[in-house]
Ligand binder design. Structure first.
Ligand code: FAD
Length: 296
């Protein structure tokens, strides 16, 4: 399946993001998560990629192969470039080609003080162009409704995004956000800039207070007033905050779908209960199947 073509047949699309477990043994446990996610019938599952290290140490490709072979779901393979040489990226792409994994999310990767950047790729648009030269890949990219943390302003960020799309990106997945209005404004700016590829809305269901703090620190997500109220009231009550976080994410998604967004991409954090709760709330909006026993 070519992910960028999916949106012509289905809108909204539904996708999940998972990360490869760090330890070999944990790769076996991922089956419990995958079998629950599979029952929710996502259109594809994306698999994150580490910031550095050798491709042999990276379990992304292994997990993507598993998703395709054992679960019959199309994987979207994340690939970061800032800490890799052209030769290393070429090696990973050859591995993908052999496994017939043609959908790649091309990313620069976050700067990491412990992993020095290599000189071959400075920005994701350079990776996009390189991937396109290497074979028949379909390339997706990341976008930032509330502006990337390193960008001087929103307009520059969108100009850079246009460069990435012009280099060959056919589908965008957004950074998480909690304020839908910021996403709608962003979509209008994309149209004005002539960016007309499908854009999926990235939704992070909040499960605890520490996670929200991490999100705000890491990606500068804006917390709307109504979200702050939820934190004020339920911040010290784990279970109540979990329920409120799930309800908030479902509300966000319902509104986004009503506005006609191209797709919803749920950052599952490998937690099938979270994915199940969200899908339970939206199943008739995106045709996902109900399985109350599995989804808790
Ligand atoms: P770019 O598109 O290169 O943009 C980075 C910054 O550089 C922006 O400020 C942009 O405005 C600017 N810029 C871009 N092009 C140019 C140019 N040509 N000239 C000057 N400035 C430019 N990280 C991981 O390590 N692994 C993952 O699996 C992963 N998955 C992600 C999935 C999603 C959906 C998202 C939104 C992010 C993900 N990230 C992941 C994080 C991502 O790597 C970081 O946000 C990173 O800081 C930027 O990556 P990018 O590909 O968007 O970079």
């Amino acid at each position: 399946m070519i992910i960028e073509n999916l949106f012509q047949q289905k809108k909204p699309a539904l996708s999940f993001e998972i990360f490869p477990p760090k330890k070999e043994a944990e790769l076996k446990n991922i089956d419990a998560t995958l079998s629950t996610l599979a029952k929710l019938e996502p259109d594809f599952i994306s698999v994150t990629f580490g910031a550095g290290g050798s491709s042999a140490n990276n379990r992304t490709v292994e997990l993507a192969k598993k998703i395709k072979k054992e679960y019959g779901i199309e994987p979207l393979v994340h690939l970061t470039c800032i800490s890799y040489s052209r030769e290393e990226i070429k090696g990973i792409l050859e591995e993908l080609q052999k496994a017939e994994l043609w959908n790649v999310l091309a990313l620069r990767g976050d700067r990491n003080p412990d992993i020095p950047p290599k000189d071959d790729f400075r920005y994701a648009d350079e990776l996009v162009a390189f991937i396109k030269e290497q074979g028949d890949f379909h390339v997706s990219g990341a976008c930032y409704p509330e502006v990337h943390t390193e960008a001087p302003d929103g307009i520059t960020d969108i100009r850079n995004l246009k460069r990435k799309v012009d280099a060959g990106v056919g589908h965008l997945v957004s950074q998480l956000f909690f304020d839908n209005d910021n996403f709608y404004d962003f979509l209008v700016k994309l149209k004005i800039a002539g960016i007309d590829v499908p854009v999926e809305a990235g939704i992070m269901p909040v499960t605890n207070r520490a996670q929200i703090k991490r999100m705000v620190d890491m990606c500068g997500a804006v917390l709307p007033k109504k979200f702050e109220k939820i934190l004020e009231k339920y911040g010290d009550h784990k279970e109540a905050l979990f329920d409120a976080g799930m309800a908030y994410a479902v509300n966000q998604i319902v509104e986004l779908i009503a506005q006609g967004v191209d797709g919803i991409h749920i950052f599952t954090m490998n937690n099938p209960v979270v994915a199940g709760r969200i899908c339970e709330g939206i199943r008739n909006l995106v045709n996902v199947k109900r399985d109350s026993k599995e989804t808790g």
